[in-house]
Design a protein around this ligand. Structure first.
Ligand code: SF4
Length: 193
């Protein structure tokens, strides 16, 4: 086999081009390697939690269906069907897999009692109970039925709510119902979905 590959062409083309030129076609091997990374994964559509752009992501999880295997997130990529990011992610979003798999990631609620120096892990039930109790006490202490001129306002100015960038329209709709039901005026949300 003859080749007209120059030294400059070899260097500019990189290994793949060079090997292809020398008679090896790496397309099949490359395709297999690509397939292996996400082969047999379960795909879950979600939203990047980092900023208000709200890029959609596809999370690839391995092991969901196998016995005695702990599911593991092996790959996260931009969702090509999203009109927001069209399959792309910024460098922060592209590092999402490390965030999900980090040992430092909080997955359980923590509580630091008044005056205590340390946080202790509590159950979700205990966390919900504590939040509900504090909201009730705060509302009881701050609810205004009438303003200074006797007009009905039914408002709560001593409690505010914030949302996150992964809150969807549906979540925000429910949050709106919830806060108006309580009389909460202060509300901010990063979500632009
Ligand atoms: S991928 Fe980047 S731009 Fe998109 S939501 Fe995440 S942090 Fe924001």
């Amino acid at each position: 086999m003859t080749t007209d590959l120059s030294r400059r062409g070899f260097l500019a083309g990189g290994g793949t081009a060079a090997v292809t030129t020398f008679g090896f076609n790496l397309e099949a091997a490359t395709a297999v390697a690509k397939e292996l990374k996400i082969a047999r994964t379960t795909q879950t559509h979600s939203v990047c939690p980092y900023c208000a752009v709200g890029c959609s992501v596809v999370i690839h999880t391995l092991g969901d269906k196998a016995r005695n295997v702990k599911p593991a997130v092996v790959h996260i990529e931009g969702d090509p069907e999203s009109p927001i990011n069209r399959g792309t992610l910024c460098s922060k979003g592209a590092s999402l897999k490390e965030f999900v798999n980090s040992d430092l990631r909080l997955t359980r609620p923590k509580y630091r009692a008044p005056g205590a120096a340390d946080w202790k892990e509590i159950s979700w039930e205990e966390a919900f109970e504590k939040m509900a109790r504090r909201m009730k006490e705060t509302r009881d202490a701050g609810f205004e039925e009438k303003d200074s001129q006797g007009r009905t306002v039914n408002r709560l100015a001593n409690l505010a709510m914030i949302g996150g960038c992964t809150d969807t329209n549906e979540v925000n709709y429910l949050l709106g119902k919830f806060r108006f039901g309580l009389g909460v005026l202060g509300y901010e949300n990063q979500a632009r979905l």
